[in-house]
Write a protein that binds this ligand. Sequence first.
Ligand code: IPE
Ligand code: IPE
Ligand code: MG
Length: 244
Amino acid sequence: MNYKELIKMINHERMPKHIAIIMDGNGRWADEHNTKRVIGHKEGAKTVRRIVETAVEAGLKYLTIYAFSTENWQRSKQEVNYLLKLIMDSLVKEIDDLITNNVNIRFIGSKKELEKSYNKKVLNTCKTSWNNDGLHLNVAMNYGGRRELIDAFKLMSDDIISGKIEAERIDDEMVSNYLYTAYIPDPDLIIRTSGEKRLSNFLVWQSVYSEFWFTKTLWPDFSREEFIQSILDFQNRKRRYGTR
Ligand code: IPE
Ligand code: IPE
Ligand code: MG
């Protein structure tokens, strides 16, 4: 079945609100094709476009993509520079189309270390998309779940000291609203490609009750069909939240 037919099988009452994706396997794809890792990343960027388009067509509300982790700085300088440039160049290329499609785009992650990499035009254009009420696309860039929690603890401490909040009143909701993902619902479904079955510091606080969908497919080969299959699979699950 092609993805258009699969989309018709989605039960919109049981649609996940938020899907988060750990896009993994670009390097192995490159190895399999006897080419350089950066070519794998370039191919992976095409998959991003395909999956964002499909998410819009499927009527998804929130999509978070893990583009660059706080640990990814440990790769070679050449790979790091290529990746950061590729992420920005892809956004420069796609942003007008995204905005026309009513997509609301934001970055989540630490701004530290990235001042030079962010393209001013992209950042300003992102701001103009914040009135859009279609797909909310969160690009996790220099993102680490622990870094996010540490940043939140720091902000909360400042606010306790200045009397803005009371330590006694800290609860789940308040912590959530100090994160980069403030006011974004927790992910219902987390997809990881390439056969690895770990979180790799992604959405540490937010994933406590997420459903997981793992596939051996390498990110550059991840298809629209497989993406919709993951939604259909999610719709058959029973989420119990510890209640029974
Ligand atoms: C995912 O592919 C891209 C990023 C982590 C930025 P990898 O580069 O991790 O590919 P593998 O895991 O080496 O195959
Ligand atoms: C996770 O993939 C980070 C991103 C997809 C951006 P990695 O390839 O960096 O994770 P590990 O090293 O396999 O845990
Ligand atoms: Mg990897």
